[in-house]
Design a protein around this ligand. Sequence first.
Ligand SMILES: NC(=O)c1ccc[n+]([C@@H]2O[C@H](COP(=O)([O-])OP(=O)(O)OC[C@H]3O[C@@H](n4cnc5c(N)ncnc54)[C@H](O)[C@@H]3O)[C@@H](O)[C@H]2O)c1
Length: 400
Amino acid sequence: MKNKEIKICIVGLGYVGLPLAVAFGKQSKLNGFDINKKRIAQLLKNIDSTKEVASKDIKKAKITFSDNPKIISQSNFIIIAVPTPIDKYKNPDLKPLLGASKLVGQYMKVGSIIVYESTVYPGCTENDCVPVLEKYSGLKFGKDFEVGYSPERINPGDKINTVDKIVKVVSGSNQKTLNIVASVYEKIIKAGVHKASSIQVAEAAKIIENTQRDVNIALMNELKMILDKADIDYEEVLKAAGTKWNFLKFTPGLVGGHCISVDPYYLTQKAQRLHHNPQMILAGRDINDNMAKYEAKQIVSYLHKNKIKAKKILILGATFKPNITDTRNSKIEDLIQELKKHKYSIAIYDPFIKSAEIFGCQNIKKSEINKYDFLVKAVNHKIFKNIKHHYEILKYHNAK
Ligand SMILES: NC(=O)c1ccc[n+]([C@@H]2O[C@H](COP(=O)([O-])OP(=O)(O)OC[C@H]3O[C@@H](n4cnc5c(N)ncnc54)[C@H](O)[C@@H]3O)[C@@H](O)[C@H]2O)c1
């Protein structure tokens, strides 16, 4: 496959797929497919509801958007960027990934390369996805088609570290495929590519990046709990400790979203299949999962200690991190549930969220703010800068 023969199709146009499609679309024509008809209808009007890509950039990009999977058959380099969530038991839920593999299998042709970008555990591409591609295409892996894996490392809401500025880890099912995958991404990634020695290395690299971050934040959260008990200001402690050259500058935070709070469970399942119990990873998950509840209790004890008779509490922010629209796995929901147990009436103010209700609370208008007794800044949105709050939970929100 020569570069000029490559025709890209991106399957899954969400937070990851759309910015990638737009980056490719600045250079050459490509197709973009999503099963979500509403998403495609918006993209056809150059509207990105995730607010990651500006309308003018979608308009300029040479992308043909479609919700018809037949469009996949026009391409020979197919990138899959669909969600990889967990189920209610915190086990990996591969339904979207295998569903996308099935569709691609149905429409791919001989000679194609299928590259996965979704975050998975090591072995998932070759052991879980390839059999589905083979089954639905009737083609033979290694003879009729090849696969690659290139994890996405973007950070939604971050307009500085954009897709082209982050080194892209690439991998392929053989050396030739690796070279083709690398050359395709090299065209758009200014920061360059890193050729991983195998698909499993690339899969593992992504999953440990996020697991490392989760565990480090968990340690800082635990330290905050100890310092709170000792009545020592944790921010002051971090300032002092941070003056040492080798002190890692992690900070306490609510870990929500669909990456850091989810990916460690993918690694956990892999570890458990290998008969290893990942104690530190699970301890970190447990601490981070309970942090919002802990912070809610801190608010309650602050109110009691200071004899503040607040009944109506307004929570500023509901998204899982600042300056984005995404509420998936937002820990603010846990914070609210815990506060409600203490009989407070709770409302939310978050202009990033368009709906009038979120997490069972009213999402109020700015003009109504003064109806509330006690304002808790829960998410550090820049737009809250001039709103006077009474209390701020975890000044830092690191779940990127
Ligand atoms: N968002 C991030 O910050 C981020 C960063 C790095 C990696 N990732 C990983 O990238 C992957 C995608 O995440 P995302 O945030 O873009 O998800 P998303 O939910 O924003 O977007 C996924 C898109 O895939 C579509 N989709 C689902 N099933 C499909 C199918 N069978 N065929 C076609 N389209 C389908 C959905 O309609 C949706 O538009 C996940 O594995 C995630 O862990 C996400």
